[in-house]
Ligand binder design. Structure first.
Ligand SMILES: Nc1ncnc2c1ncn2[C@@H]1O[C@H](COP(=O)(O)OP(=O)(O)O)[C@@H](O)[C@H]1O
Ligand SMILES: [Mg+2]
Length: 425
């Protein structure tokens, strides 16, 4: 994150810098860089010509008052590496650098708060309990606090009331860390003993027909048919209309509502679906996996959405949301004159206001009319093939690479033919 002072530029020409904060991945950042170059200059009604560039951010000491050149950051690192997370906060607070995910709420409102907030909205979050630590954190004051205030509790009774099977998982979980399915009392005791210093939820099991995983980028949402028991390359099924119209509408709405409530604009939301009933179970997954070897068919959409939303935010000068608007949602939740479907519509209207959804799509139509065709051509180019090949080489052993190249090329080919018919070319 080298910090040169911003170069003075003519008022008629503005260059916006997108910063990429990365972990181990190469595929989507390269794709993002190549697609961003396809955007080209954008001249707005005020006569200003906007150019978009990107840079991979590096980790180094920084002066808290140092100026920041980066206009917007897409981040896949800060949720586990805290030095850049604190730089992101400084950049947002001082420079109005636009962050696709609020590090403030992501740090303070983990899965647990997201559960509670959606319960308050009346959504079907499964019955969930939080139990005290098996091994309380190491603190000299604990003995006194424990003797005086720590209530003995009956774990088995809570479990019996919830009913077996159930899930035990950390209150701030992600990536299946510490998740176990509890079939009986023996599982319960074992999982709780092993939870150690993790703080755990107990949650009733949802018997579901479909696992809907919604990836949202700004106001764009893709609800995908996810199969968690499959190996990574097979988890996202390419199936359209796998949900009933009502469940399809609810899953897309819920994802956007969660994101608008917490300021998460690049997030995935997991919902279990039975008939028209949608049960949200995991939706604090900011900066989710978007590897080409995970998303395949959906990869061109995801990277295009990242480019579109970044361009929209930078060129229109959209300001990052520093304050939450949760009260507006709760005011709807508390109304007695609306039924569940009407409330969902009302929450979605607030979320769409947050995301400027209508203005966004109109802006894309006006300033990025060439992007769909350009991306379609790019996906069929050697440049894309190189990305796919090097990702397959980095992900699979040598003897499986040809097989996986063929597998992913087939799925991408399917996207190409669907996209051609969508665009009528
Ligand atoms: N209440 C539940 N009912 C049924 N399956 C569940 C439930 N909670 C979790 N699971 C299963 O466990 C997996 C991991 O749980 P999840 O809450 O998504 O944790 P993580 O945040 O680690 O991804 C889910 O993908 C799902 O397959
Ligand atoms: Mg999950």
């Amino acid at each position: 994150m080298t910090e040169n002072a911003q170069q003075p530029s003519a008022a008629t020409n503005r260059t916006h810098l997108v910063g990429l904060l990365l972990g181990a991945e190469e595929d989507w950042p390269t794709a993002f860089e190549e697609l961003l170059a396809l955007v080209g200059p954008i001249t707005t009604d005020d006569g200003v010509t906007h150019e978009l560039t990107s840079e991979r951010l590096t980790i180094e000491p920084f002066d808290l008052r140092q100026p920041v050149r980066t206009g917007l950051v897409i981040d896949r690192l800060a949720y586990w590496y805290y030095h850049p997370r604190e730089w992101l906060k400084k950049a947002a607070l001082m420079n109005d650098t636009y962050l696709l995910n609020s590090p403030f709420t992501f740090q303070s409102m983990e899965k647990h708060s997201a559960y509670v907030a959606l319960m308050r909205l009346g959504l079907k979050v499964p019955e969930t309990w939080l139990v005290p630590y098996k091994h309380p954190v190491d603190n000299v004051r604990w003995a006194y606090t424990s003797a005086k205030y720590n209530q003995p509790f009956d774990l088995k009774k809570i479990a019996n009331d919830l009913g077996y099977p159930m899930y035990m998982k950390p209150f701030d979980g992600g990536g299946w860390r510490g998740v176990s399915r509890i079939n009986n009392e023996a599982d319960l005791i074992k999982a709780y003993d092993e939870s150690g210093e993790m703080l755990m939820h107990l949650q009733s099991t949802v018997d579901y027909e479909h696992f809907a995983r919604a990836l949202s980028i700004g106001p764009e949402t893709m609800v995908m048919d996810f199969r968690p028991d499959q190996p990574m390359h097979n988890r996202y099924a390419v199936s359209h209309d796998f949900l009933s119209p009502s469940a399809g509408k609810q899953t897309a709405a819920i994802s956007r509502i969660v994101n608008a409530m917490f300021g998460w604009e690049f997030n995935s939301c997991e919902m279990l679906v039975a008939g028209d009933d949608v049960y949200p179970i995991d939706y604090a997954n900011a900066c989710p996996d978007v590897a080409v070897t995970s998303l395949h068919y959906y990869f061109p959409w995801a990277i295009k959405a990242l480019v579109r939303w970044s361009a929209y935010c930078l060129v229109t000068g959209r300001l990052g949301p520093m304050d939450l608007e949760m009260r507006r949602y709760f005011d709807v939740a508390d109304r007695t004159d609306l039924d569940d479907a009407q409330k969902l519509d009302a929450y979605l209207a607030i979320a769409d206001e947050y995301f400027e959804t209508d203005a966004y799509w109109a802006w894309c139509e006006r300033y990025l009319p060439h992007l769909d065709a350009a991306v379609l051509e790019w996906v069929q180019s050697d440049a894309f093939r190189r990305i796919l090949r090097s990702t397959v080489q980095a992900t699979y052993p040598a003897h499986e690479q040809d097989q996986f190249m063929a597998h992913f090329s087939g799925l991408i080919g399917l996207w190409v033919s669907d996209e051609k018919s969508r665009l009528g070319v």
